[in-house]
Design a protein around this ligand. Sequence first.
Ligand code: HMG
Ligand code: MG
Length: 331
Amino acid sequence: MGLPKKFTKIKRESERLQMIKIVEVGPRDGLQNETATVPTDAKVAFVNALSATGVSEIEVSAFVSPGRVPQLADSEEVFRDISRKAGVMYSALVPNEQGLDRAISAGVDKVSVFTAASETFNRKNINASVEESIRRFLPLMGRAKSMGLLVRGYVSTAFWCAFEGKIAPEAARNVIDRLFDIGVDEVSISDTTGKASPEEVAKLLELILPGIPSGQIAMHFHDTYGRGVANVLMSHSYGIRIFDASVGGLGGCPFAPGATGNVSTESVVRALEAGEISVGVDLEKLSNARRVLDAFLKNERRTLPDGGSQACMTCRYYSGDACCGRQAASR
Ligand code: HMG
Ligand code: MG
């Protein structure tokens, strides 16, 4: 005899809550920082190849000012030409109502507004103070919600800022709370400069998680100091299940000096699976998707290491001086 119906339902719900969701940000965060011009056709082929990998969401592009980010000026065309796969969410950044209009016409499934915990970075990125940016999002939120669109809010520089240095966890928490107050469905906590340590990640999560369900938090790590994977594992230990990553570790914000690419999707999948956490993303298909761009990226980006940084599941550190070496020895 199986479990009573009620328990089967609870079990299924708890399994669903445990499921990892990978948000592939390569087409947006990856390509916004490329000096090479990637043709629209190649972007479309890249997104289509990513759709086959098993990722839950693809951040396809951004409806921002084409003068500020010319790399993504063809967002309408990309959305028009991609083949959408059932079960995959296709999202985009929108900084203002003009961006929302464009995103709606393009048929996005979800939009992401973006602000920061650092005033200086926010000003350089979107030409607004943090408070101004949140006020700018208000009419946009109302319209997006009335159309049934999901809305994500990004909090950039949640740990460190290239201009202001260390950001107090309380400052990040205030902006996270403000975004939930205006009605976003999910907040992506972002380490824009890739400088956060696992301890800093733990500290912020300890501060916010008593008040916010972990299912509404995504983590967005850049990998400048090779700690992206360790930070993913630390976040996972706090119950976070949504991770942003970019295939091949592409990416970076053009307005955050010194920041490099996102933690690579391949290394996140490998590290979680090494800990027997099922991710449901096919590594070979990821590799195929990355190869779509090979001909278009600058030479030095072509040979990005497949695995990116490798965190040790034993001591949770990036392999190197700080790692215990036990897992590396058994690999
Ligand atoms: P603004 O500089 O305050 O100026 O823009 P504006 O609002 O007066 O607009 C200036 C011009 O842009 C005008 O055109 C507008 O029409 C046009 P003009 O009259 O000069 O011909 N414009 C637009 N055009 C198309 N779509 C729009 C749009 N809005 C204005 N939506 C704005 C403010 C935010 C728009 C601008 O500063 C901007 O687009 N910034 C780009 C920011 C960006 O994309 N940053 C990178 C993404 S964020 C990121 O990477 C961080 C993240 O990955 C998380 C992390 O790692 O931290 C998400
Ligand atoms: Mg980013």
